[in-house]
Structure formats: structure tokens, C-alpha cells
Design a protein around this ligand. Sequence first.
Ligand SMILES: [Zn+2]
Length: 399
Amino acid sequence: MPPTHPPSLQFLNLTMPIHVRPACAVPATRCFLASSPPTMPAKKTWVASRASTARESSSVAEWAKGVSLEEWQGWGTSSSVPAMVAEIIRGFRALEQETNSSMSFGGLGGKLQGSFKVQEDIKHRALYNSLRDSEKKLQFFSARQIACRLLGSRGYLCQKCWLPMEDCMCSKLVPCSLWCGIKFWLYMHPKDFLRQNNTGKLLWQTFGSQAATLCLFGIHEHEEIMWDAFRHSGKNMVWFLYPNKSLSPKSAQDIFFEGPSTGLKDQKVVFSVLEEKPLNFVLIDGTWSNSAAMYRRLKDRWISLWEDEDPPCISLSTLGASAMHKLRPQPSWDHTCTAAAAAGLLSELHLRPELSVYGLDKQAEAVENALDVLLDALTTRRLRMGRSITRKERHNNCI
Ligand SMILES: [Zn+2]
């Protein structure tokens, strides 16, 4: 039996492998599912419902442009334009000239279409096969995904909320400051980049990209920035939200003072250190099937950097009623979406008396509110387009 996900979150990325230990007593105080469950579409159907009119109006000339720093950063990152992404886009343009065909995109996730796609397929497969190094293959795969998604979304999606422009929800989001002792990293699979129903994006939309930073899997520039930050903070200041079943995962309660986490006993000193070098929390933002490879990559890098066997993983020990109000309180539930996991973590950290003054509960609430806004926007879009919002396919998304 697959775990049952609540219908309200069916079309979000529910597959983040946040391990939640069976929560026996989780009152869902604000659970709107209790009375009359709204029926929502499965993720698959949802994505397929993208309007074609807006993207058809995007000119081919738009797609043919290279990516500027301003455009790149507009999508939610503060990094430089990844060299390989820029190179792939240049390659597309060169191929257009060689084959006298024009790029066109459609379908799910910025897929190439038409005769250009046929030509490009031949070219990229040959290039991929010529790469002997698996690392180069991965980087090429990621960069090509990103390039296609970026070009295919240009002029169609709002850069900030990744929704079609006519459904932009940006004006409804309320920004909030994250306590400077914490930093989130959204380690995102390229196939989740620019997905309308991705929830990781809500974190930097709410807290800003310095407090919640996007790190794209396989994008060299992004991964270097993240690992440089880890080196700077030190290995005791990095935590991964991942169900590492080979070890007994730690919880938010274990982070600060128990064990060798900071090595400092005086609370004031500890928190001044935290504000200088924050605790880094890595959220793996991808489907369940992709997340294993993502974790493996993190683990390999961790071992090569610090020669430790496993990266330190934490799990959420409770589904705090406040943070997880949309979720059914059932023990079989062990996955959640990225933003809800971040809210859950903040709620749990807030329960630590020494952290209670930092307003982490309010910061968790800001994320929950952003999730509400996203759910409303996706639902409104769905209804406006006359699409079914029944749950008939909902189990397709369950792991
Ligand atoms: Zn927007």
C-alpha cells in the first residue's frame, strides 16, 4: 500500500524524502481536509494543463537569445551563469544556423519540439556518449536540462514564482527574515527547476536567496558555492534532511549542545558564533527516485572533504501541528514537500528553549502561508482552465 498523501498537496512536490518518525499524536488543528476534502488533480495531469497560448506567443527570436546574468539571476539564484548552460545555449543557436531550423519548445518542462529536436537529439546523444568521465556526463545532463527549461519558460513563466505569468502569485507572498543563525540550501534536481508545483522556491521567495539558496544538482558553479560555504562553516554546522536509514538519524533536539556540534558551552558565545557562521540545512528537492542519486553525490563529496563515513542527517521527530496543518496525522505518512519540511524543522527548533527568542515559529508560519498561496494559485489556475480537480490519479504520485 502506498502511503496516502493529503489531496491538498497532491500537486506539490510531495516526494522529498524527509524521514518523519511515526508521529502518533499529531493534532491537525487547522486541517481543512477534515470537513470537506477539496479534490485536487494529480501532479502529472496538473503539469499537462499548461496553457499553450502564452508560450505560442513567445517569439522564436526570444528563445534564440543567450542567457544574460540578469536573466539567470532572475530565476532565483545569485550565482554567475553556469558556463556549461551558456555553452549549450550557444550550441543550440549554432545548430539552428547549421540546420536552418528554429528552436521550439512545448510540453512538459521545456521540451524541444519539431525538426530542431530531431537534429539536437542526434547531436546531444553523440556528445554525451563521447564523454568518458561520468562526472562530465552528469554535468552535461544537468546543464542541458537547465538550458531547455530556461529557454522553454522564457516569456511564459514568471521568473520569481515559476507560474505562468497570468497566474503570478508574487503579489500575495509576504517576505520574512530568517534568523541569521540558520541557512537553507535547496539542493534541487534539474527536472524540478522551473516546475510550477515546486515548493522549494517558496523558501527563497519568503526569506531571500541569501538565506535560502538554490543549488542545482550537477551544476558546477552552484555546487562549489555550497561546498565553499560548508568548508567555511565547518563540518559540525552542516545537516542534511534525509532518511539515512543506515544510522539512527538525529533530530532537531540533538543539534546544538549535545555532542560535539559546536564544542562551545556558553550559550551567548554559541549564538554569536552561529550568527557569524550559520547552521546549514540542506533540503533535497527532487522526486523520491532522483533523491537517492542526489544524496549519494552529497555523501561522496562529504567523504572526500572530511573523510567521514556519512553526512549528518536529521529527521523531523514530530509533525508539529502548526507546521504541518495540511497533512493527515497518520503514522504511515513519511514524505512531505520541501517547504513543509522546512517549516516543520523551524517549528521543532523553536521548541528548543534557547532558540525561542528568534521567532522561528513566525518564520515557519511565513513558509506555511507561502504554501497556502501556492496551493491557491495552482487550484485557481486549474479551475479557470476548466480542468478536473478530482483525485482519480492521485496515487500515481505516491511513492
Ligand atoms: Zn510571480
